[in-house]
Design a protein. Structure first.
Length: 372
């Protein structure tokens, strides 16, 4: 089997039959984001208890089945889309490489298709100045809880802030100047050593109090941020969700930021699998949907908050990076992965595969190609 790189438009234009592999959260995200008109053979899953059940793709009822059943129904002539999490994607790529019937078949990761959708073809504003006067102060906030030294990648990113935003104040927030016990959610996350989740609340708190722009410490600034300060607030899409860790800004006492904070008042923190817990992106997106957000990745002006397309705030992730940078891009999130845990190795391996795809478009899957 070959691993390829394509877009949803190219897939639809080819009218090739599709097999999905994976029926969990990534599949649901893909369904919400990507509309394919192709014939769909079904959804493969290694979980045998799910075989024979049905699942929906944009109103179409699909059967969950085994890999061999998908092959029997025409999977050799289909193109396969892996709608699975990072760890599972690497495991399934290895599994596919061993299926002789699929040796000439092409597969794609949902991550790569969603990345192309996120970073290409969206409207870029002609101006970022929505007000005549600067509203957001020239302050960059970042959080570094837990007492660990800053890794080199993170320090290099912070250096890029000083380079591209000369004269801006940079404020580091840690246990020495911020009380993480002021809110139960942060306190619970800290007690479990989940420092990134402490920042989920803290970053909103400091921007709400002081105004400014928040960046994760592993965000590289590519050009001056001054233009973004002539509005009440802003954030950006990552695929079809909002991600304030990537970067967001606002004037002090911005009402949307306050809503983002208030949601934690009724939440408790307990680290679980991603499929079993809500994270900041879920909360932030749901609240903006109440303000009229449409989860299509496009530029949107909401009350008190501008939502920018992904081309301007790029999340490097497992399948994209500098390949999508343009002269309009402000920042790129380098994903140091302080909270990835056991997923970090798989994420790096998948990122290497996607980087190679940008050079060659197709990779033949075998044991060597999956471990390089």
């Amino acid at each position: 089997m070959y691993l390829g790189l394509t877009s949803s438009h190219e897939l639809s234009d080819r009218r090739v039959p599709i097999v999905f592999w994976g029926s969990g959260m990534v599949y649901q995200n893909f369904c919400e984001m990507i509309n394919l008109d192709n014939d769909i053979i079904g959804v493969v899953d290694n979980y045998t208890a799910s075989w024979g059940r049905r699942i929906f793709y944009r109103g179409r009822s699909l059967e969950i089945m085994s890999p061999q059943e998908a092959i029997r129904r025409g999977g050799r002539k289909a193109e396969w889309i892996l709608t699975t999490g990072v760890n599972a994607t690497m495991e399934i790529l290895l599994q596919l490489s061993k299926i002789a019937e699929l040796k000439d078949t092409v597969c794609y990761t949902a991550y790569s298709i969603m990345a192309v959708y996120s970073y290409e073809g969206h409207k870029i504003p002609s101006t970022f100045r929505l007000e005549e006067k600067q509203i957001i102060p020239h302050i960059i906030h970042y959080c570094w809880f837990g007492g660990r030294p800053l890794p080199e990648l993170y320090q290099n990113c912070i250096d890029s802030w000083n380079k591209n935003c000369p004269g801006w104040e940079i404020r580091r927030w840690d246990e020495n100047n911020y009380d993480i016990s002021k809110h139960h959610y942060m306190k619970q996350a800290a007690e479990q050593g989940c420092w990134a989740f402490v920042s989920d609340y803290a970053r909103k708190d400091v921007v709400y109090q002081y105004g400014g722009i928040y960046l994760d410490a592993d965000v590289e600034v590519l050009r001056p941020l001054d233009e973004l300060c002539y509005q009440k607030g802003f954030c950006a899409f990552v695929r079809n969700q909002i991600a304030t860790g990537l970067g967001f800004g606002g004037q002090a006492y911005n009402s949307v930021i306050k809503e983002w904070m208030d949601v934690y008042d009724t939440e408790s923190f307990m680290m679980k699998k991603r499929t079993e817990m809500k994270i900041c992106m879920d909360y932030e997106t749901e609240i903006l949907e109440r303000h009229g957000l449409i989860r299509n990745g496009d530029l949107q002006y909401l009350q008190g908050m501008t939502v920018y397309p992904g081309e301007l705030f790029i999340d490097e992730g497992v399948c994209c990076g500098y390949e999508y940078v343009s002269d309009k891009t402000f920042i790129i999130h380098r994903n140091g992965g302080s909270w990835f845990g056991e997923r970090k190795g798989a994420m790096r391996a998948l990122a290497r595969l996607h980087a190679r795809l940008h050079e060659s478009s197709f990779i033949y899957l075998d044991g060597d190609s999956l471990t390089q």
